[in-house]
Each structure stands twice: as structure tokens, then as C-alpha cells.
Design a protein around this ligand. Structure first.
Ligand SMILES: [Zn+2]
Length: 91
């Protein structure tokens, strides 16, 4: 995500976390940022790294099907969990 969007969003989320978590806001925000960076790295890897076996190959195929076969299903990148919750898995 470009900094012109991510930096204002970071301030917004930190403000929300201050309201929600008080003095623990910094810890919660660090968890959010860590999770987002992991998600973004995995997304980058599915597009650019050779994943040749196991769960990484499965995730790559799952995600690339979303981009190149059916962009109305399979939104999950790190797992299909929320696709099951929101019924956006492929038929
Ligand atoms: Zn992608």
C-alpha cells in the first residue's frame, strides 16, 4: 500500500486503538503492524517467489486463482478462513 494511504491509516488505527486499549494501545498497534507486514510479505511472495511444494504452493495456487480465474472468490491470502466465514470460497 502506498505511504500516502498507509500513513494516514496508521494514525487512524492508532487513535482507535488508544480509545479501545488505553495504555496498551502501543502493544496492540505493534501487533497490528506485525500482522500486516507478515500478510504483505506473504502476498508479495505468492506473486514473486517460486513456491514448489506443501502449504506454500497451495496458498500460491489459491491466491493466483483469485487473480486470474475468479476474482469474486478466494480473497484469502494467508488462509482461506475468512472465505469460509463470508462464503466466498470457490465452488
Ligand atoms: Zn495478489
Amino acid at each position: 500500500m502506498p505511504p500516502s494511504i498507509s500513513v494516514p491509516l496508521a494514525f487512524l488505527f492508532y487513535g482507535i486503538f488508544l480509545l479501545m486499549f488505553g495504555r496498551f494501545a502501543s502493544s496492540a498497534f505493534a501487533g497490528l503492524v506485525f500482522g500486516y507486514v507478515c500478510y504483505d510479505m506473504l502476498h508479495y511472495a505468492t506473486h514473486h517467489f517460486p513456491m514448489k511444494r506443501g502449504v506454500l504452493l497451495w496458498l500460491k495456487q489459491y491466491h493466483l486463482r483469485h487473480h486470474y480465474k475468479d476474482d469474486h472468490a478466494g480473497y484469502g491470502i494467508s488462509s482461506p478462513l475468512w472465505d469460509y466465514v463470508f462464503r466466498t470460497t470457490r465452488r
